[in-house]
Design a protein around this ligand. Structure first.
Ligand SMILES: [Zn+2]
Ligand SMILES: [Zn+2]
Length: 349
């Protein structure tokens, strides 16, 4: 027994996405049925739908930036009621017992967390994501979206928001700290808004000055073009923290040179080819080069509450189901300011 729901799926790697129907499981005692209102398009959706990240499950219904309202709850659910505004991010299950799960960092579950789509649940069934009218998710992997944020601008917070909030929090972005955000795309624009709201002084390092006005409107006080080599002289030794959101080759040593002594550069971008650096770029100045992967459920809720309190949502372009393939092309060409969000009512009734 299950429920049929409308969705948009990639039938095979690289094939255009098309409308289809999928089955959602009947509610288990700890399940929540969500009427999805909006689903963000994350760059990783495109990589996976094109089969660029290795083995993948097709047909694939991408989408791990999900916002909607609760339509029904299982018999054991006490945290949520019908009508509640909720979101789902990159994970829908984990073992719940290992040290990382107990610490609320389910993304590091030793048994592997279950991805929201292109994953396999502990029941052996493939998972299908948010480009869909409805989804069934275990209550522990559902977050509450505060009333202060629209569901459309909240959807991208579930991946782009937490991906940038977590390292900014972990590495101490706040008053008196100088933070550089490398790249002003889906992730970068969230990083600028969040770091500024945390009280840090934010600089954008982008290839060109094309988006300078946007960057300053979003909260950056300074904006530099990295194509201009003098930038790396002007800003030498300036930053406490550099958050790199770019999924491409960058001259790591040049960026490490922009850090103060004891500063850190954190990567959330994921280029396909290895990055290299000179060890002395770290040694001379006790610098750190680090990474960060999304955030656990408690921190994701904290991020949503923080964003509501500070009036932060994503900058979005809302599209219909008919526009998803074109949107994929535009994201690949960095032609979006700054996140596409699918109005899931257009998928089918
Ligand atoms: Zn994502
Ligand atoms: Zn675990």
């Amino acid at each position: 027994m299950s429920t049929t729901t409308h969705a948009i799926a990639a039938p095979g790697p690289g094939a255009p996405l098309e409308r289809t129907t999928i089955e959602r499981r009947d509610l288990r005692p700890d399940d929540v049925l969500i009427d999805i209102a909006y689903a963000g398009i994350c760059h990783s959706d495109i990589h996976q739908a094109r089969g660029e990240w290795g083995e993948a499950i097709f047909p694939m219904v991408p989408g791990h930036e999900i916002a909607g309202t609760v339509a029904a709850v299982g018999s054991a659910v006490t945290e949520y009621q019908v009508g509640d505004r909720v979101g789902v991010g990159c994970m829908v299950d984990s073992c719940g017992e290992c040290e990382y799960c107990r610490a609320g960092t389910e993304q590091f579950c030793v048994k592997g967390n279950v991805q929201t789509y292109n994953g396999v649940g502990f029941d052996g069934e493939p998972t299908y994501g948010g480009y869909s009218r409805q989804v069934v998710v275990k209550d522990a992997f559902v977050c509450r979206i505060p009333d202060g944020i629209g569901l459309d601008v909240a959807a991208p917070l579930l991946c782009a928001g937490i991906t940038t909030y977590s390292p900014l929090r972990q590495w101490g972005a706040g008053p008196g700290k100088k933070v550089a955000v490398v790249g002003l795309g889906g992730l970068g624009h969230m990083a600028v808004k969040i770091a500024a709201a945390m009280g840090a002084e934010v600089t954008v390092l982008s290839q060109s000055l094309k988006k300078q006005e946007d960057g300053k409107r979003l909260g950056a006080t300074e904006y530099y073009a990295t194509a201009d080599e003098s930038t790396f002289d002007v800003l030498r030794g300036r930053f406490d923290l550099i958050l790199n959101t770019v999924s491409a080759q960058i001259p790591v040593d040049a960026y490490l040179g922009l850090l103060r002594t004891g500063g850190a550069m954190v990567n959330v971008g994921a280029p396909g080819e290895p990055l290299s650096y000179n060890a002395f770029s770290l040694i001379a100045g006790n610098k750190a080069l680090a990474g960060s992967m999304i955030g656990g459920l408690p921190e994701t809720q904290e991020m949503l509450d923080f964003c509501a309190e500070h009036g932060i949502g994503a900058e979005i372009e809302t599209i219909s189901a008919d526009d998803v393939n074109e949107a994929y092309e535009r994201v690949s060409a960095s032609d979006v300011r700054y996140r596409f969000v699918i109005d899931t009512a257009t998928i089918g009734a």
